[in-house]
Design a protein around this ligand. Sequence first.
Ligand code: MN
Length: 750
Amino acid sequence: MGTMDTMGMGTSDTSDTMDMQAPPSPEERVAELLDRMKDSISDSDGARLRAVYEFAARAHEGQLRKDGSPYVSHPVEVAHIVADLTPDLESVMAALLHDTIEDTGFTYGDIRRVFGRPVAELVDGVTKLTRVPYTSKEDQQMENLRKMFLAMAKDIRVILIKICDRLHNMRTLAYHTQQKRREKAMETMEIYAPLSHRLGMQRIKWELEDLSLYDLDPVGYQEITQELAIRHELHASFLSQVQTRLSDRLGEAHIEANISGRIKHIYSIYRKMYSMHKSLFEIYDLYAVRIIVDEMADCYNVLGFVHDLYKPMPGRFKDYISTPKPNMYQSLHTTVIGREGMPFEVQIRTWEMHHTAEYGIAAHWKYKEGLGEGQFGLEEKLEWVRRLLETQQDTDAEDFIRNLKIDMFADEVFVFTPRGDVINLPAGATPIDFAYAIHSAVGNRMMGAKVNGRIVNLEYNLQNGDIIEVLTGSGHGPSRDWLSLAKTGEARNKIKQWFKKERREENVARGKEEFDRELKRAGIPMSTITKPDVQESILKRLSFNNYEDLYAAIGYGGIPALRAVNRIRDELTRINQLQSDKETVSKLISQVRNAPAPVSGVVVEGVDNCLIKFARCCAPVPGDPIIGFITRGYGVSLHREGCRNALTSQKNSINAGRWIVVRWSENIKEAYQTGLCLSARDRNGLITDISSVISGQKVPVRRINAKSLPDEKALLHLTLEVRDLKELDAIIRRLYLIEGMREVSRCSIT
Ligand code: MN
């Protein structure tokens, strides 16, 4: 049941460079490739693959690798690595052809004609990545470079092929100079291993890291491998003893499990020794035991048995099943202490989780049923992204998703400075944006730009991977046209800033010209807006101290002339409205004052005689607090304070000035009409009872309306004439005493 992985670096079937036997020929390896793929592709596809190989062999004819083998052996091995990840025929075909555009006379067009567009696109994508210049940089730059890789690839399969290409190159680096090896190792460590990690391809990532470490720190690498080799027996017996014990226990519990033990990969040990300043003997999680089961529920069962057999180390349990890592990795992790006090890590997962851990994003292509041609499109990628979104919240995941959404990278472009720094700009950015992103002084002195060594005009849309050189000269300044060519706000702001500072007089003159034109078009004479009080409120509205500042702002593009004039028009309208309101009110007040008919009972503050009208909506009677509203043409209308109509009108700023203070006079003789609403249980004699209450009070009733509603309910409306509130309150109190009366309230007069 258990197996013991071999220790140390690169142990794949193709990597055994120490092997003294003659390596198999490319033809033999192609036969093996066809054989391993025969289950996932049709016979005719097999024939196509063979044709691709023959094309590649012919294209690379006469070329040799450093070790003296025919060059085509390299693409064949890369195709093997790709086929190990995915049975996608196009990917394997493209792997066989991946160096043809770069290294042979054939072009994209040739490959498209012979093998179709999808394969040609993949080969072209790999070629473009090959041409991305690389120099070691600080972290932020590396991150941009990795993003650029993803952005340029457009298709995630391009990245896969490129990573496989790099893996094979790293496996066969021995014949290169030490300098070259270190360069490649550095690039692999900074670009390809992190990309493999992001795509969840753990196994490839480990191998890339170990191969890189071998060249980057040969001494450190040897130290670890030698120590591990010396203690090989010890490690092997420890792991096999653990395996046996676990397998016996799970067997008793009838849990079907695959158990394997290994020493962790060299780079991870190296990193721990380095970061923790510890020797190899002090690193406790040197060992990893992996238990693979069929069902997710078994994972947790197995965990129980593991903790039962061995003492868990506190704080070392991690449930990546319920919370997967950003790259979709799922497993249970725990570190336990073995019999001799030796700690080891146990990883528990299902087969499906295992495939994801090993192959990452490719696992989801590999294990999908009924895969046809061209199905690795956008949908596949979106599915992957969607699943990530569902399961991940942390920022690392967000970053990962951003980097994975290749098609959604359409809104960004990554370009180089001549020094090799990566600059990230929005898609559609021009050399102007680039120049201002470098420094405003560079932008302001720009005369032109070179892209990949050729002069371009400033409208040129930057492409991923372009190398941009800004040509500058003294005595130059930006042109106003640049404002429409620049894509970034940063560039536009800096250009405006320049005009603002450098060209005050010119701006004022130009701004005034534009302003006058718009003002004329709007039909507003200059004299209107220079009247002192008008001018003051306009400038305040526009937030300028004087018109010259406004012209300057228009001149450098800080505010469009049309917008300024529109605001001025609004302000003029407001001023006029205010004016006409004032006039209306004073006219009305004078009308009221001159009105002939005096009404006794009410005093309007500051006015001796005026026309009075009692609002029907609230029908006030003496004793009610009241307010007056100057109406157009009817004098003053009286409302009760708190009347809904009055409140609404008072909130309206235009009406606000028309509300005035009024009060009842001292000696009132006449009676006033008002309304009451009654709600009661409907019964015989109800109306009679109401009438007798009212007539008992000697109050005239002007009108009664009664209505029967369902559920024995009656609604009545009375219009009465009362002398004051006291009298009205007495009536209300008595009405409440009538049998079946539910509610009595003040209301309008109908
Ligand atoms: Mn290659």
